[in-house]
Design a protein around this ligand. Sequence first.
Ligand SMILES: *Cc1c(COP(=O)(O)O)cnc(C)c1O
Length: 375
Amino acid sequence: MHPPHHRCWAEIDLAAFERNLKRIQAALPDGVRYVSVVKADAYGHGMPQIVRRLMQSGVDCFAVANVKEAADIRHMGKGWPILVLSPLLPEEDRFLIDYDLIATVSTPEEATRLNALGKAHNTVIKVHLKIDTGMGRLGVWHEEATTLRAQINAAVHLHLEGIYTHFSSADNDPAFTQLQRERFLKALPEDTDDLIIHADNSAGLDTLSAESPFNAVRVGLLQFGIPPYPNSALGRAKVEPVFSFHTRVGLTKTLPAGTDISYGRTHQLQRDTKIAILTAGYADGIPIELSNKGSVLLHGERCPILGRVTMDQTIIDITDMGTVEPGDHVVLIGQSDSATISASEFSETASTIPWETLCSVTKRVPRVYVGSREI
Ligand SMILES: *Cc1c(COP(=O)(O)O)cnc(C)c1O
């Protein structure tokens, strides 16, 4: 049931991941490319194992946050298109040539700089123009997009391969997302035949149609089986969770009613209470926000967290449980018998989002890969 010697571990179900990829690919309208977003160590799942599956399943392009992540993918396979989503630091420009990467351009200065780089190396740099339609982060402001596009088209050492934007509120504000879509469409050239046009992330998959000029989608979270908002995209791609989070019972003991326990004496026991000390804490990725708020699964039952989550240990209430022994398996995210705590529920209780939860599982936590013969 649990790998020996592990105090806290994440299980990555590669068979579920492979099924999710098939379902997402089947849900994409004809001609829509699958840009797989694998930044931040593939959302904490482990870049090499995840990227290998994606290469086997045949995605169209990878997207990452920076040149280091891009180089890691390039070392795994030649020829795959890799789009860098974030701005490059000036000293990183060289990586575009060394690793054959696609850059995102948001400003006239970047276009000038990269064109000069291409000229100096007697080559052509592939770029996607990013348009700011209201997110206010990267991209040229939509009203100035035509000017920057003309500059890129005129630059001999730049090749404009795609144009994209990013929605700020695709999961909760359809009216604003529609406005962003309209701004984006207006900023596109009349003829987009030779361009990759993309706007949607996981949350937008439901609304894609073969008729729109968008011919690619950037999918991150959904690949890992987590809906970006309740019931989203699941109509199209019935994905299943890939990630689960586990720990063990270190010891159990009983304390008298009225005792104030934990750091800051943050919990007062209302009755004689049997507690278990779990062998994981915030240094493993259990958010401190779950103090006195979260619960865990033990033998298929929910047990509340008492007091503060500490660095290496967490206290839970097991008064109502049957026999609990040191070493028993505890589920933080995932399934225990018929009980489930989803990544979405875990995140909501911790006042955060699943994206942050996955990125917050620390290096101390081994990723255990299951469900696939070849690893
Ligand atoms: C991270 C990211 C995505 C993927 O978003 P998900 O919601 O995880 O699908 C898409 N586009 C950009 C620009 C991103 O930074």
